[in-house]
Ligand binder design. Sequence first.
Ligand code: FAD
Ligand code: DHB
Length: 390
Amino acid sequence: MRTQVVIIGSGPAGLLLGQLLTEAGIDNVILDRASKDHILGRVRAGVLEEGTVGLMDRAKAGSRMHSEGLPHNGFSLTFDGRDHRIDLHELTGGKRVMVYGQTELTRDLMERREAGNAPTIYDADDTCPHDFGGDRPHVTYVKDGISHRIDCDFIAGCDGFHGTSRKAVPEGAIKTFEKIYPFGWLGILSEVAPVSHELIYANHPRGFALCSMRSMTRSRYYIQCPLDEKIEDWSDDRFWDELRRRLPAHHAEALKPAPSFEKSIAPLRSFVAEPMRFGRLFLAGDAAHIVPPTGAKGLNLAASDVHYLFAGLLEHYRDGSDAALDAYSARALARVWKAVRFSWWMTTMMHRFPDTSDFDQKIQEAELDYLTHSKAASTALAENYVGLPY
Ligand code: FAD
Ligand code: DHB
């Protein structure tokens, strides 16, 4: 088989790139090692920047997002019993974010892809990119015990942190940067109205908590937990009690406990691989970088990578120029590192670290106090949260 672009990974990065390419008339095949149902069963991000919303529109996959997604103009930061609203709309001159689950965004992109008859191969085993350093790149995989090969012009490695693409790069050609945080997030989904109509990011002596949502009848809540915590030790009652204790009284009283239907623990990590291009192989999204979820940037960074990569591929096929492809890694990484910095900063400001000294604790309190009293500091938070320009 032959195509123009092979995309490894059918997550947000791969699907968005695939849909933009298909709309532009550029042939592509997506390979994923998981099944469609498995991919749609993963509960992950929930907050979209305007740039991500714009890319969904450009991919002609935005209509359900606009009718069912929830535009948010601000969020709450709570600490020391205080509740401070960050007015994103006011501080950024009219920008906002969209609360819409990654699962829904993925479903919308998959449906568009199927409607356009663009090929996706699920349950593909042993996918491997080859010869991307030369001019005959191809990808091999095994499906139902039979080996296949797809020849192509370019390979997009959109296969997440544990994927095969980054691992296929010769060791000396890649440099990685990593920070592991000494805690995780225990998250639940529950069919119950959210405690507040906007998100609440809570700093509390017992640990961080986040009240988010998927709709006005479905809540998504997280609490900071030790890394060795076992999910089976967390009954719903224990989760609700712990969440309530980390919120200021007026929110705690409004919290409505209900059974959870999803519960999982995610570790927190910052990770960047440089560069993001190796000959005819391009990494995008979690395959190249991971951020802790505190700033809601993981999915949005996958989208901004796709913006730059799509621009490069379009210029190659339409204008015969490789200037934008040559600039891809530098452009993407410049934005990635700013989001890595922001996510690290939000994480540091909002969590309790096991080894915090009295001095570190006072600095954290001063940071929050400054942030909530300084328009300049609040503006810096808001402009990063809604997403830096592409
Ligand atoms: P992925 O979504 O990981 O997609 C990669 C795809 O590649 C998957 O479908 C996978 O099956 C496939 N794949 C992997 N290996 C192979 C292989 N060898 N061959 C073929 N296919 C392969 N971000 C937030 O902003 N907020 C959150 O609350 C949040 N929560 C998260 C919770 C968890 C548990 C995780 C893992 C991430 C979370 N994120 C969150 C981050 C966000 O979900 C990711 O940044 C986003 O999914 C990145 O999209 P992606 O397409 O790059 O990668
Ligand atoms: C969600 C996750 C985040 O990490 C965040 O910062 C905001 C919202 C969510 O899953 O809804």
